[in-house]
Design a binder for this molecule. Sequence first.
Ligand code: IPE
Ligand code: IPE
Ligand code: MG
Length: 248
Amino acid sequence: MTTAPGEAELLEAARSQPVPEHVAIIMDGNGRWATRRGLPRVAGHREGVKAARAIVRAADTLGLRYLTLYAFSTENWSRPLDEVSTLMNLLERSVHAELPALMARNARLRVLGRPHGVPAGVRRGIDHVVHETRNNTGLTVLMAFNYGGRDELLDAFRTLARQVQAGDLKADDISEKDVSGALYTADIPDPDLLIRTSGEMRISNFLLWQIAYTELVLTPTLWPDFGPGDLYRAVGEFQGRTRRFGKV
Ligand code: IPE
Ligand code: IPE
Ligand code: MG
């Protein structure tokens, strides 16, 4: 009788082939995870933080260069006030609690999103961890926080428009490289793989420009149940794909 491969086997299989450089994840399904257990939605977010911590560890073990985690979108402000404030506090506290582990792993934290609009205390807490880890050279964890793909493009277009206005750039010369360079992800390669949990089949305003040729893996697993083995399996699926980039 054969059994399903365990975490160690999935890791070994994923490491036997080139791993993607950049994996991005839409961490979805915390609310449903809690509701199914008769718990308040915020209990799902607390479990979601634990899952995120385990995935950062797994990404490091796997040898990824960049891991982008969608933690809070510009649209998420429209949720009930108590859920939003709990999420803010939870994110700030867990980022702070993660600092020693990030340092021990030589990992670096960066934030994608508009700083404006985030409560000052939360911003200070997160900025502190970004600052402390800035010289680390291992895995870069990119936390998409107060992030919107359209906002990011608007900010980029404004930056480029200002350069044109100042006479530093000709409108007809604007290239893909210029647009990429004006995004929050300016010096970061586009994601090779995008994972979304919870069974939803949509992008929800995430990395709109960057995912033009990203491979997608969609799984029904709810985020709090998504573990290292699931990441290794998704990477295995990615490794089995043929990326054609429009060619034959
Ligand atoms: C993802 O889980 C976490 C955030 C968006 C902050 P959700 O809170 O969206 O969970 P569901 O989709 O309602 O189950
Ligand atoms: C996307 O999930 C945002 C994050 C995971 C932070 P949502 O739950 O907000 O997306 P929709 O509402 O299902 O599109
Ligand atoms: Mg959701």
